[in-house]
Write a protein that binds this ligand. Structure first.
Ligand SMILES: [Zn+2]
Length: 416
């Protein structure tokens, strides 16, 4: 199939340009103004941004083991609906992805890429290292015990020495187990008023401060997952200033919402890290704009309705995020076309060591995004619908997604 995308603002190597894009047999074949249609399917991208497909460093696909929440197929459909052409699958499945053969089972190349991450410790139990070299041989580059923190500094140091030698990176879900025991929401004015045990900001910050010392010691590349506090931002800023190989991501929900939402006691607002204070939200937004935080990571965390239909304290943590990420980021933060694609596609790819960049002849992963068009998030492609934005009107619509498989988006999404 031959496609011609016309009328859009295309993110090229020299910045946004009004050019046409010809896409044939899974890649861009021409990139210039005034291409005449010749047996092409023409896609009118007027008022839209055309750029590299979004890249998510933090997706929970739940397969194997929890397919009632999500599976790889439904997760890929949700990713496509949200404009993502690559997602990094978190290893906290059942079984945990702690060996190469398990990572190979979830790897996909079409219609979009599913890139496995691997656990740092066996079974994510925090006591013995996972089969790191075996995971590496299966294509794993990012190692994390996400969902849990690697709490033992000695074990983490050994993992970092090993992963540094391999050439990969260690990513940390930072939550000090002692400080965060039994907590359900951010520790602060709202938690005191509600009488709910809190998770102090320090629970995140002490782990990151400690880990940065281990980065100094080992030289291992280190990625901070779902940064959530203003002091975390300061730690990242000074680590980068000191030249440490550190990167960070923030979720769309931490850019948009704060702990006052929990006053409703609606379990949809339960996530770890928890929603923090308005000052934290401001610091995260500024850090994403100035590049202290490199990337958006969705932390797409599907849970079935029956699991969330319990009290706040009993509810599992997390929300789905793939389908609404671009809209929420767009609403929360003022980013121009270049910076928007930098944070949603290029930088996250770079964290993983991928040569992600603007659209060139030969590019395969491409998204057409209308930053002003409105849509309603009322038909999730994910198996789960645990989102505060369910049935809400949102601005910023993904209209087409292309990969090496061709045009992979269905056209139903994005009606106004
Ligand atoms: Zn996490």
């Amino acid at each position: 199939m031959r496609y011609l995308i016309t009328g859009g603002s295309v993110l090229t190597e020299s910045g946004p340009e009004d050019v046409d894009v010809e896409f044939v047999d899974g890649s861009v074949t021409r990139l210039e103004a005034g291409i005449q249609p010749d047996e092409h399917q023409v896609i009118d991208a007027t008022d839209s941004w055309v750029g590299p497909g979004f890249f998510d460093l933090h997706t929970h696909l739940r397969e194997p083991g929890q397919e009632w929440k999500e599976d790889i197929a439904s997760g890929m459909a949700a990713a496509i609906a949200g404009g993502f052409t690559s997602v990094v699958a978190m290893p906290n499945t059942d079984p945990v992805i702690d060996a190469g053969h398990l990572a190979r089972q979830i790897t996909r190349h079409e219609p979009i890429r599913v890139i496995p991450s691997g656990a740092v410790t066996l079974g994510q139990e925090g006591t013995q290292l996972a089969h790191l070299d075996d995971l590496w041989a299966a294509g794993v580059r990012l190692f994390t015990d996400d969902g849990y923190t690697v709490a033992d500094a000695g074990l983490l140091r050994r993992a970092m020495e090993y992963v540094a030698q391999l050439g990969g990176l260690v990513a940390q879900h930072a939550e000090d187990p002692g400080l965060c025991r039994n907590g359900h929401m951010h520790e602060g004015s709202v938690s005191s008023r509600l009488g709910i045990t809190g998770l102090p900001a320090a629970g995140e910050e002490v782990i990151i401060a400690r880990d940065l010392k281990l980065v100094e010691l080992t030289g291992c590349r280190y990625h901070i997952q779902h940064a959530s506090t203003a002091a975390t931002v300061e730690l990242i800023r000074s680590a980068k200033h000191a030249g440490l190989p550190v990167t960070a991501e923030v979720t769309p929900h931490h850019l948009m919402l704060d702990h006052r939402e929990v006053e409703s006691m609606d379990p949809v607002y339960k996530m770890y890290p928890p929603l923090r204070t308005p000052d934290d939200v401001d610091a995260l937004r500024a850090a994403l704009v100035d590049g202290t935080i490199d990337a958006v990571g969705t932390d797409h965390a599907p849970h079935a309705a029956f699991e969330k239909d319990v009290t706040f304290e009993e509810a599992p943590r997390g929300i789905v995020g793939l389908e609404t990420a671009a809209s929420i980021v767009r609403a929360a933060v003022e980013l121009d076309q270049t910076s928007f694609f930098e944070r949603m596609a290029i930088a996250p790819g770079g964290v993983l060591g991928e040569a992600a960049g603007p659209i060139v002849v030969g590019s395969s992963d491409l998204v057409v995004f209308d930053p002003e068009a409105e849509w309603t998030f009322d038909r999730p492609r994910s198996k789960s619908a645990n989102s505060p934005w369910l049935n809400q009107r949102l601005k910023g619509t993904v209209t087409q997604v292309f990969t090496r498989s061709g045009l992979v988006s269905t056209d139903e999404e994005g009606e106004s």
